[in-house]
Design a protein around this ligand. Structure first.
Ligand code: 5GP
Ligand code: ZN
Length: 138
């Protein structure tokens, strides 16, 4: 277990995982939400402006490994992120929430995450191909 700050204990840390490094502040990211169990940060290669990744601080690879209570907290945080994004940007009219669990589904980072992808009127031509790319096995 690593506990860098009070209330910021990581019980399952994987030293070869980039998202664990982001949680542990070894890698920088644009953090938009942070609580005891969950963190959310901007995707480095956004499908649309505001594309955010919501993750448990503990390292679980996919939906199969996610304890139901942590899954619930991750989804609750994703909802909060949609509210924050919408409050900051009134051009956002909708969201895609996406999880890829398993390499065959397109998952490229083996730390469970929910993509929160803001959508705007008329953005399909630009954004949908990027979302489709997320679904392709890498
Ligand atoms: P997946 O393909 O696993 O569903 O999604 C992984 C996401 O993580 C991709 O959208 C990718 O752009 C993002 N990503 C990969 N490496 C980094 C990183 O070092 N920092 C951030 N902020 N996002 C990353
Ligand atoms: Zn991890």
């Amino acid at each position: 277990m690593t506990c860098k700050e009070a209330g910021d204990c990581i019980e399952k840390y994987n030293a070869s995982c980039i998202f664990c490094k982001i949680v542990n502040k070894e890698l920088s990211s644009t953090i938009v939400y942070d609580d005891q169990r969950i963190i959310a940060f901007g995707d480095v290669n956004p499908a649309s402006k505001g594309h955010t990744l919501v993750i448990p601080k503990d390292h679980y690879v996919s939906i199969d490994e996610m304890p139901p209570d942590i899954l619930g907290k991750t989804i609750e945080a994703a909802k909060k992120v949609t509210e924050m994004l919408r409050a900051d940007d009134h051009t956002i009219v909708a969201f895609n929430l996406l999880n890829c669990s398993g390499a065959a589904s397109g998952q490229s980072v083996g730390h469970f995450h929910i993509h929160v992808i803001p959508r705007r009127n008329g953005d399909s031509g630009e954004v949908v191909p990027k979302i489709e790319a997320l679904l392709r096995p890498k």
